[in-house]
Design a protein around this ligand. Structure first.
Ligand code: SF4
Length: 156
């Protein structure tokens, strides 16, 4: 049974800055694992974490605009990645993608190319290992028993 369920939270108290034990839902990770969050809070002050956190916050801030007096997100996620790479001096970026998202991966790769990023992209089926080889029963093949189907490759 799962125990961590932010998806069921009605208050997002951590986000709002008014979290306390009395209102946290029973499956709140902060309630269940306070020692982990205390450790994370301390480690957030380390320079190597701040080097990522500060530019990430800058991109977040730049990606919002005031519309009708309200903060509204304006950067798509892909632009956030590009802006973050620029701010942190990163020139090399990796994309791991599912075959069913290959059209999107191509578009994203083209966008990263256009910003001069050095792209490495790897398909989930890379390696071409047959489902037969890894012991996946024939009945679980999409194309039917006997057909070649590459297994997803969660190892490499
Ligand atoms: S950490 Fe706790 S308060 Fe924050 S969203 Fe998750 S359940 Fe809600």
């Amino acid at each position: 049974m799962s125990t961590l369920r932010c998806d069921k939270c009605s208050g997002y108290y951590c986000f709002a800055g008014n979290w306390d034990e009395s209102k946290a839902p029973e499956n709140c990770p902060m309630l269940l694992y306070p020692e982990i969050f205390a450790c994370a809070r301390d480690r957030s002050l380390e320079e190597k974490v701040r080097e990522l956190n500060v530019p990430a916050a800058m991109v977040e801030k730049e990606g919002f605009a005031k519309i009708d007096g309200k903060n509204a997100p304006c950067y798509p996620r892909i632009r956030e990645i590009v802006e973050f790479a620029k701010k942190t001096g990163r020139t090399h970026i990796g994309i791991a993608f599912c075959k069913s998202s290959s059209a999107e991966a191509k578009m994203i790769g083209d966008i990263f190319d256009s910003f001069g990023l050095d792209v490495d992209a790897v398909l989930c089926k890379c390696g071409g290992i047959s489902k037969n080889e890894v012991g996946i029963p024939e009945e679980y093949k999409v194309r039917g028993a006997g057909a070649f189907e590459a297994s997803c490759n969660p190892v490499t």
